[in-house]
Design a binder for this molecule. Structure first.
Ligand code: HEM
Length: 588
């Protein structure tokens, strides 16, 4: 049975052990039926409470022996902090969980232990702790076997799903092709241009978040494989000389898989996310059907012929070695003959790139509409450096755009696409703390949630103007300690994002071309604005959240005008609805 490695011990510990122990005790009591029933029922909470107190006692003793202290334990209103579990379950939505994390942080500080149901669960937004986890004690904080167990049907043996030597192997296999030399703005500019030209300009509202999701998928696939998702008759498909003869052998199944690839990826991510939330007993929720079968069939059907063709052109590619023609997949087939490994790497890279990139582009557009004065400055710089629409977007042009780079950094600070990360200790660890004093003791085999978003919105780290969208803070020569150690949107340490050059190239290219597009529309007195009037019901931001007093730690101190949620990545609830319009009244 799937997941039984962890499921069976967990079931034994929670369902079998407590009544067994109690039955033993009952041997000493009169064997009357009511006693047996009461004893059976009480055995569960009693064993939980005993186990919980014992682990607290042992942990505190070990901490003292090492000259450390405990990580503050949240004291809920009910035994075993069941009230916190109920609140989390009741909140039902990620943004409420986010708010709870903010409130718990206010009460318990930068690092705390929720200890729901007697299990240690650390949450931290202290930059020193995050650095310790991701860099200083890197080998001790892993993704872990439990995560792998939940994600293996989707991610296989890929970089996201591995630790230790296997992770090093993946990283070194992939690293060469993530070098900026293989990432050119010219590769992405035509797709972005096509995307912008397809947007309605006669005042119709559209959900640009959804459209950017598709654009990000297309660009990731293009860079990885050379395939044009939006255009089945593209030149790549007919370039027989270099092996791109796909158009001839394309099948109906493949066309179907291509059409549903984005949805299949989203479904697979949600299934794994749900398994992670349910925890060890997830297989019990999938007894009747495996929700990953269908999406994985679609994803594999899509990649299979692409991998086969990459093998066919392996020799040809080497002979011609025209760098622009070589894609990520060609490097993979050069490095290994293992088709399953190649498929896993492609799926892992697609997972890493699509939603994060879409989230980054979405919030770049969101901030343009939210803070028009910042948007004007950004467009002014782009106009002066790259305004001429005949000027090709090159790496040199991008390098000149200092404000644009600062703008992207500030978007990613306040709206990190990956707002939380998670790691698990192999052995106990001593966590440093920004408050000073002795370190905190973290037991082995314990999870820690790294709350990047809380750290990047913390006035203690970023100063009192933390909620202001201010790209200027990134414009100093050389980054300060705060910018280096209080900013982890790309992760930190050896496991830092490999796709940073890719994502930055795409985002710069997108902002340049968008800015030119907006300039053109401006000559017709049109501008891009929020289309609040068509926001789907129930997804408009509650009005109380748009004031500093009413937002209660949410909505960037009341500055947001859309409801920001952590779905698969950070996103806008219900979509980012905008229109190109000169009718001010309709969008107010
Ligand atoms: C703005 C966009 C992006 C952001 C904010 C971002 C952020 C991150 C973060 C936080 C991680 C760590 C995840 C973890 O520890 O589980 C990560 C890992 C990774 N990212 Fe990105 N990413 C972005 C775009 C991309 C793109 C476009 C690609 C590929 C083309 C990519 C490739 C990777 C890979 C391969 C890893 C795994 C690194 C490892 O485990 O050693 N990322 N990224």
């Amino acid at each position: 049975m799937k997941g039984s490695k962890f499921l069976l011990p967990a079931l034994f510990k929670t369902l079998i052990l407590p009544p067994s122990l109690f039955t033993l005790l009952l041997l000493l009591l009169p064997p009357s039926t009511p006693w047996k029933i009461i004893g059976y029922i009480l055995s569960f909470p009693i064993v939980y409470i005993v186990r919980s107190n014992l682990s607290v006692y042992l942990s505190t003793r070990r901490a003292k022996a090492l000259g450390a202290r405990d990580i503050p334990r949240v004291k809920g209103r009910w035994p075993l902090n069941l009230d916190i579990l109920v609140d989390w379950a009741k909140s039902g939505s990620e943004e409420e969980v986010g708010r709870m994390m903010v409130l718990l942080k206010r009460r318990w500080g930068g690092s705390y232990n929720t200890r729901v149901l007697g299990e240690d669960q650390i949450i931290s937004s202290d930059p020193l702790v995050l650095k310790h986890v991701l860099l200083d004690d890197f080998d001790n904080f892993v993704k872990g076997e439990k995560f792998k167990d939940r994600a293996v049907d989707f991610l296989g043996d890929g970089i996201f799903n591995s630790d230790g030597e296997r992770w090093k192997f993946h990283r070194s296999l992939m690293r060469p092709f993530f070098h900026p030399i293989h990432i050119s703005p010219q590769l992405f500019a035509p797709s972005i241009q096509r995307f912008l030209s397809s947007l309605p300009t006669e005042g119709e509202a559209f959900d640009i978040q959804k459209d950017l999701g598709q654009l990000a998928l297309e660009m990731a696939i293009l860079w990885m494989t050379g395939e044009h998702l939006s255009d089945s008759t593209s030149s790549d498909h007919t370039r027989g000389e270099t092996g791109y003869t796909f158009k001839d052998d394309v099948s109906i199944e493949w066309e179907e898989a291509k059409r549903h690839l984005g949805d299949a990826m989203t479904t697979a991510q949600r299934v794994v996310g749900k398994r992670v939330k349910i925890g060890t007993v997830w297989p019990l929720f999938e007894l009747t059907h495996d929700p990953l079968i269908e999406p994985m069939k679609t994803i594999r059907t899509f990649f299979k012929p692409i991998i086969e063709r990459a093998f066919k052109r392996k020799g040809l590619t080497r002979e011609t070695d025209e760098r622009e023609e070589i894609h990520f997949i060609d490097r993979l087939v050069d490095a290994t003959d293992d088709r399953k490994l190649i498929e896993d790497q492609l799926i892992n890279t697609l997972l890493a790139s699509r939603d994060t990139l879409a989230s980054c582009l979405t919030f770049c557009v969101y901030v343009l509409c939210l803070h028009p004065e910042v948007g004007s400055k950004l467009r002014e710089e782009i106009r002066s450096v790259a305004g001429d629409e005949n000027r090709e977007v090159t790496k040199d042009v991008i390098r000149e755009l200092r404000y644009c780079r600062a703008y992207i950094n500030e978007v990613l600070r306040l709206y990190p696409p990956v707002p939380l990360n998670i790691r698990r200790t192999v052995r106990p660890s001593l966590l440093p703390t920004s408050q000073g004093g002795p370190p905190m003791y973290m037991p082995g085999n314990t999870s820690i949630i790294l709350a990047f978003i809380l750290m990047q919105r913390d006035p203690a780290v970023w100063g009192e103007d933390v909620d202001e969208f201010n790209p200027e803070r990134w414009m100093n020569d050389g980054l300060g300690k705060r910018e280096r150690e209080g900013y982890m949107s790309w992760n930190y340490g050896p496991r830092m994002c490999m796709g940073q050059p890719f994502a930055l190239t795409v985002t710069h290219t997108f902002l340049i071309l968008l800015s030119r597009h907006l300039d053109k529309l401006q000559s017709e007195h049109k501008d891009m604005r929020f289309a609040f009037d068509v926001q789907p019901q129930g997804t408009a931001i509650p009005s109380a959240w748009t004031t500093k007093e009413g937002c209660d730690g949410r909505a960037r101190g009341g500055k947001d005008r859309m409801w920001v949620v952590a779905d698969v990545v950070l996103a806008i609830k219900g979509g980012l609805w905008v229109r190109f319009d000169h009718d001010h009244e309709r969008t107010k």
